[in-house]
Design a protein around this ligand. Sequence first.
Ligand code: BEZ
Length: 328
Amino acid sequence: MSRMKTLTLACAAAALAVSSMSAQARDFRLGLITPAQHLWSTEAEAFAQTLNERSGGEHSVSVFPAQQLGNEAQMVQQLQTGALDMAFLTIAEISNRIPDFGALYAPYLVDDVNHAARLLRSDAAGELLDLMPEGVGFVGVGYGMVGMRQVLSRSPIESADDLHGQRLRITPFEPIRDFYTATGAAPAPMPLLEVYDALANGQVDAIDMDFDSILILKFYEQANNLLISNHMMFPMVGVVSGRVWRELSEADRELIDTAMAEHLENVLSGFEEMDAAQEEEIRALDINIVEADAEFFSEAIAEWESIWAPKAPMLDTLRAEADRLRDE
Ligand code: BEZ
């Protein structure tokens, strides 16, 4: 056989090996912290089904809800090593690693869930996702969210002074810690699934939470005062491990990107649709409700801005976009 022909055959064999590798059937693993009945988890399952169908049964996704693979900090490490393929993560954990994401937690950046969803669909929010490959080693496919943050407490909070000294559960991340520290509360970082017991046994006096979680996880059984403050949005991001992404064919990347983005959009629109009914359901419970606005938290907001404006230069861009979208 001529040398030329041997080389051509070797190249063809190598090309075949690469193409069969890229067409390799995969069972991806997707982790998240929310319980199985939460919209993030049901949309993760629906994404698994969509990907399986669109890949003609070649790819499947095993979904691990309720922190089965560990907390978000642990899942971030697994994603970085490629031990975990995909996740739906709160931006909380990402903001601990890429401070610019802290801008999404600027108090009263948005007015309500519809405004939050519009901002998360904007190019300005998309620019943040572009920071993820270098910042944490993931591909950020798109955003989801839950509803706006409120404060549920064992004793009434009627003025900012009532927050002083309250042991107040927060999701473990810095922008929210700095906000509550500025109010004079004592923030207690704690994952979502530990909150019910912490409220029940008096480990915390109050919790930072959204309507949906208050209802699903029945936190109102343990605390019957609600400050409806809508003080922050609470975004989520759908990610793929950068290591895993690099192994995928262009066609598989496109398939995953499109299918995951569709189901993340379902999360955004799902919370937009559910929010008013959830607020109504909560208002109908036997609980004491107080309402608050930016004025209520004015001193804490000024303090938060002084810490986060220099740390998160994207804040100006996001605020300009949020202002533009306010009345759209
Ligand atoms: C929380 O930490 O409060 C939380 C996390 C994910 C979904 C909803 C709430």
